[in-house]
Design a protein. Structure first.
Length: 214
């Protein structure tokens, strides 16, 4: 898969809802219920981070939920990309970008949303063909003003900022000209997931789904 095709595919996925939940799942037994709760609230693209032993099993369980588009996050190595795809992930997200990771993802046909934090990193990815990038860690590297500043010289790049985004600041990002969606963990708080409080998560998802990328 070319970077251009990956960009096009991930932009189409990102446009389905304004928020991509960033999920750290410690119990795969909770994964199906969580995905169903998020989809019921109108949030479809779900990023399961490869940060827990249960992450791959969670991806497999969530991929069976109708309406869910399940991706894998925190991809750091070629092996991560392969394992994520084998588990059922249909897109990949990485906090930064390496040639080895992108080479593998392109070879196996896993569309990447690769991370950038600076103009140089964004330009490097653009040169490779990735016009849609994760802006990470958004709040810590200057937040919405920093991301807005990239729109001047780099208007051809679209971003999904993540890192420190909440219900309170998400709309500020979504109102930027170069932002199509945001990523964040606030829609699936650990205590609600652990308790299986799916109604609360559907309510958070429904609030998030009302946000608008303008
Ligand atoms: C991450 O990779 O941890 C995401 O950027 C989520 O960050 P958050 O927990 O601050 O939403």
């Amino acid at each position: 898969m070319t970077p251009e095709a990956a960009t096009e595919r991930n932009l189409a996925v990102a446009r389905k809802a304004p928020v991509i939940p960033v999920l750290v799942i410690s119990d795969a037994g909770r994964a199906k219920g969580l995905a169903e709760a998020l989809v019921a609230g109108g949030i479809y693209a779900l990023e399961v981070t490869l940060r827990t032993p249960d992450a791959l099993a969670a991806i497999t369980a969530m991929a069976e939920v109708p309406g869910a588009i399940v991706g894998a996050g925190t991809l750091l190595s070629p092996d991560d990309a392969r394992r994520a795809q084998d588990a059922g992930a249909t897109f990949g997200v990485s906090p930064g970008s390496t040639e080895k990771l992108l080479d593998t993802a392109e070879a196996i046909g896993l569309p990447m949303l690769p991370g950038a934090a600076t103009a140089t990193e964004a330009m490097w990815l653009l040169e490779r063909g990735y016009g849609f990038q994760k802006f990470f860690p958004a709040e810590a590297i200057g937040g919405a003003p920093a991301l807005k500043s990239l729109a001047g010289p780099l208007p051809q790049i679209t971003f999904c900022p993540t890192g420190g985004i909440t219900a309170a600041n998400a709309q500020t990002y979504l109102s930027l000209p170069n932002t199509v969606c945001v990523g964040g963990s606030w829609v699936a708080p650990n205590d609600k997931v652990a308790a299986g409080d799916w109604a609360a998560i559907t309510a958070l998802a429904a609030e998030a789904a009302k946000l608008k990328a303008t």
